[in-house]
Every structure is written in structure tokens, then in C-alpha cells.
Design a protein around this ligand. Sequence first.
Ligand code: FMN
Length: 197
Amino acid sequence: MKLLFVNCCISQRGEGSRTLALAKAFLEAWKAKHPEAEVETVEPETLLALKPFAPDMLNDRDALAGIRCFDAPVYDLARQFRAADRIVVAAPFWDLTFPAALRTYIEYISANGLTYHYAADGCHGDCQAEKLAYLTSGGDAEQPESLGVLYWKQLSAMFGIPGFDYVFAGGLDLDPAKTAELLDAACERARRLAEDF
Ligand SMILES: Cc1cc2nc3c(=O)[nH]c(=O)nc-3n(C[C@H](O)[C@H](O)[C@H](O)COP(=O)(O)O)c2cc1C
């Protein structure tokens, strides 16, 4: 079993990132249940180094797809995503979704012919994972249909990943006196989610 951890905990708090605390709570609980499993991490530095696709880059990628050359480096992240059995994405709630580096990562993993394909009846996912968990922390309280959560829910469906769940540690910037309590409660929800993931 291989778990892919997409670590987009880009934070001015460094190791004190609340989103990272959430991710650590989840991963520690999950690893305790799956001591044999391999955890592969996409580091924040990797995400931040990704260049958004420009037309010439898309042309080059399409040409590779045309000859089914999916072992090319531009497909490295997509191949890694496709092969994982479980996927955990952690990112802070920024500007109603998540940091731009994660949006760029989505451009790299959304590879037609590799992670999904089209057929006459619509789009079909080609990823192996059974479950994807999205972990996020936000300054404001969680709103219904939070865009980052919805985005990853729909991406999971597009990639053919049947199980989607999430933890939103909300309201962390509203009243400093309550931040620790709210984050602890969210970490507990993350541990519970990891139990059956
Ligand atoms: C650039 C930036 C954008 C943010 N945008 C939002 C936002 O749209 N809504 C919100 O509720 N909080 C927003 N926040 C607050 C963070 O979501 C919140 O402080 C979160 O807990 C940060 O997680 P971290 O400790 O892992 O950095 C923003 C913070 C930053 C730095």
C-alpha cells in the first residue's frame, strides 16, 4: 500500500503551521494502523517550483501524449498520483480555495490519457487510489460548499477515486483564545478519519 501525501502546507508559521498539524495528526494515526505502508511526499518546495503551463509547454505535452510517451518527466507527478493507493492533500485555505502552487500541481496531474480520458459517454478516471482526503485550515468558519473542498471532491470523481472526505479546521483566526481548542478538535476529526482510510 502506498500513500501519497501532497504537502502544500505553505505557511508563514513554518513548522507551526496549523494545516501541517492537521496533516501530522492524520498521518501519524494512519501510519500506526498501516505500519507496512509506504508514504511518499510531494514537498512544498516541489509545488512552488512548478511552472504553470504556457501554450508551448502544452503543445510539447500534447505531442508526448500523441505518441503515448507518458514516461517523460513532464508526466512524473501525474504518474505518481495515478499509482498511489491513498492520497492525502493538505493545504491552507487561501483566498477561498488554496495556494496557487497547488492549482499548478493540479495542471500537472490532470493529464488526459494518463490520469483520466474521454470517451463518447464522458470523462473516465484512470487513477488507482480508492480514497482521497483533503485537509485544510482556515481563518474564517467553514462555509457550506467551501470551494477548495468542492474542487478536490470533483477532482476525485474526475480521476476515478471513489472515496472522498475532508477535514476543515475552521475559525482559527476569529478569536485567538479559541484557536488551540478548535485546532485540537479538528486534529481529532483527522485522526478519526485516518482510522478508516
Ligand atoms: C495568503 C493568505 C490568504 C488567506 N485567505 C483566507 C481566506 O480566504 N479565508 C479564510 O478564512 N482565511 C484565509 N487565510 C487565513 C488562513 O487560512 C489561516 O490562518 C490558516 O489557519 C493558515 O494555516 P497555516 O497555519 O497552515 O498557515 C489566509 C491566509 C493567508 C496567508
